[in-house]
Ligand binder design. Structure first.
Ligand code: G3H
Ligand code: 13P
Ligand code: ZN
Length: 309
């Protein structure tokens, strides 16, 4: 199947109340694991690439590997720029064949966010590419910039309506209490579903995106820590909350941290349990299997996107 934009998959997700997983990719193992899991579940999937992933793996390599995954599977796959920092990066990805880009203007004030988002929307739409924008500010670490819980800002539903009307963006990332990375909540996990439902009331036809939505799977954190890792007290978004989000208007759920944990946990385990191993295929193969298992669980049990391809 060809690369697609997120338009049709989001329309289906809004009609049938499920979410589509958007998984960050950095190398071949991630791409194979994610797309094989999605293909087996007959689920649409979004592969997303951050600026740091582009710096690490280089755009032509990522594009060719994604094309190979598209040729090897029979599901709709979108390729999306995650947290595009500026117009130039969005344009570079659109020109390289991405079907979707995010312009993250959440660090700017409202008017400036509108202006940069509109600039990206105008260019993207002229090329048939869709745009995700962000309003509100998530806590956590993103591209080495850290936002404390106190500096985080929930999305204002009134502003969200004005923002989407004035920019023409195709989907909107909102802040309702999630955050990036492995430390999401100091106390109990809490998401502002009241804000989500107000945003949906104002914008019933706009797909809503949840960033920072890894569940920070305790078994993977334990596997890391039991094999020489040092990630104490990591905590994520419980699966039940993510399921509830998918059933209540969230169309795209972003996952990066859980896949990083899956890869690291298995590599640590192999190094620890089999110190004589030095064939990278042994530990990268185990890592790829664990990523695939993680993605399958999310697609089948949490996002409920299986059989929606
Ligand atoms: O939200 C950010 C993503 O987890 C990407 O992180 O910039 O380290 O690739 P990265
Ligand atoms: P996590 O850090 O919770 O995996 O969030 C990833 C993300 O939002 C990518 O944009
Ligand atoms: Zn994010």
């Amino acid at each position: 199947m060809a690369l697609v934009t997120t338009k049709e998959m989001f329309e289906k997700s809004m009609k049938e109340n499920f979410a589509i997983g958007a998984f960050n990719i950095n190398n071949m193992e991630f791409i194979q694991a994610i797309t094989e899991a999605a293909d087996e579940a007959k689920s649409p999937v979004i592969l997303q690439v951050s600026s740091s992933a582009i710096k690490y793996a280089k755009l032509p390599y990522l594009m060719k590997m994604v094309e190979a995954a598209v040729e090897s599977t029979n599901i709709p796959i979108a390729i999306h720029l995650d947290h595009g920092p500026d117009f130039e990066t969005c344009k570079m990805c659109i020109d390289a064949g991405f079907t979707s880009v995010m312009i993250d203007g959440s660090k700017y004030d409202f008017e400036e966010n509108i202006s940069i988002t509109k600039q990206v929307v105008d260019y993207a739409h002229s090329k048939g590419v869709v745009v995700e924008a962000e309003l509100g500010k998530l806590a956590g670490v993103e591209d080495e910039v850290s936002v404390s819980e106190d500096d985080a800002r929930y999305t204002d539903p009134e502003q969200a309506f004005e923002f989407v009307s004035r920019t023409g963006c195709d989907s909107l990332a909102i802040a309702i209490g999630t955050s990036h990375g492995a430390y999401k909540f100091k106390g109990d996990a809490r998401l502002r579903f009241d804000i989500l439902s107000k945003v949906k009331e104002k914008l019933p036809n706009t797909p809503i995106v949840l960033h920072g939505a890894s569940s920070v799977i305790p078994e993977l954190v334990d596997m890391c820590n039991n094999n020489g890792g040092d990630i104490p007290g990591a905590k994520g978004c419980p699966d039940e909350m993510l399921k509830q989000a998918g059933e209540n208007g969230v169309s795209k759920i972003n996952v990066d941290t859980d896949l990083r944990l899956a890869m690291t946990a298995q590599i640590r385990r192999v190094f620890n349990e089999e110190p004589s191993v030095f064939d990278p295929r042994k530990y990268l193969g185990a890592a790829r299997d664990e990523i695939k298992k993680t993605v399958s669980h999310k697609i089948n049990d949490v996002f409920c996107s299986a059989n929606k391809a």
